[in-house]
Ligand binder design. Structure first.
Ligand SMILES: Nc1nc2c(c(=O)[nH]1)N[C@H]1C(S)=C(S)[C@@H](COP(=O)(O)O)O[C@H]1N2
Ligand SMILES: [Mo]
Length: 218
């Protein structure tokens, strides 16, 4: 028998439906969605700022090497030729810097971190990584974040070789974390049994750095 009735319209149901229509209490900045790709507290820039410790090492492709060490089954040192012989991946992602600028739609070419992980075989004890730049910079990341499908060791941006100021010949890009985790002029990756802080992390910055959770500071 279809004698069903909707609950009677009351002041409460009207008010709450109006709240839902207005999205009252929703800031619109906290959650990622198709309509919102800007993490809380960020603003969009068009140019790509340069941020580093004031030292931009001049590393030619001929001289560049990436040493992968620590808790892996097959430690490796890759030169340019060995790096370029790995599967090449293209990916588009946004940059979110903890100083509050974000830059959308960067087109990267390089080696997906997953392909690098297949090469070296992380051991079960390896839960974190320390990334080393040729400028002496370090930053730590959880292995799970480094292994994300969108994380990539890049040599090109918008189809052109990555410039020295932005970390060429090769830098890391982990787009779902604040950009300080994306080491420029990358020369070393150490797989660690226990997390430890890198350069900015010693200076009050977060051990993980998820921009959607506003993990800016420790
Ligand atoms: N080797 C190295 N990598 C680094 C840094 C650095 O000083 N040295 N700075 C980090 C910070 S704080 C940011 S915001 C980004 C800046 O990258 P960009 O200069 O290409 O914008 O690189 C990160 N990676
Ligand atoms: Mo930064």
């Amino acid at each position: 028998m279809s004698d069903e009735k909707l609950p009677p319209e009351t002041k409460l149901t009207r008010t709450k439906r109006a709240w839902a229509d207005k999205r009252k209490f929703i800031t619109g900045t906290a959650a990622r969605s198709e309509e919102n790709r800007l993490p809380p507290g960020q603003h969009v820039v068009r140019d790509w700022p340069v941020l580093d410790l004031g030292k931009q090492p001049d590393i030619s492709r001929e001289r560049w090497k990436l040493k992968i060490a620590g808790m892996v089954d097959r430690p490796a040192t890759l030169d340019w030729a060995a790096f370029m012989a790995l599967p090449q991946t293209q990916a588009r992602s946004d940059i979110h810097c903890v100083t509050s600028w974000s830059r959308y739609d960067n087109d990267w070419t390089g080696v997906a971190t997953r392909d690098l992980l297949d090469l070296v075989g992380p051991r079960d004890e390896a839960g974190h990584l320390m990334l080393h730049g040729y400028d002496g910079y370090t930053t730590n990341v959880p292995l799970a974040d480094f292994a994300a499908p969108e994380a990539i060791l890049v040599h090109s941006w918008q189809g052109k070789p990555l410039t020295r100021e932005h970390g060429g010949p090769v830098r890391l890009v982990i787009p779902h974390l604040y950009f300080w985790k994306s080491a420029k002029w990358i020369g070393g990756i150490d797989f660690l049994g226990a997390d430890k802080p890198g350069f900015w992390e010693v200076n009050g910055y977060h051990m993980r750095g998820d921009p959607w959770a506003e993990e800016r500071y420790s």
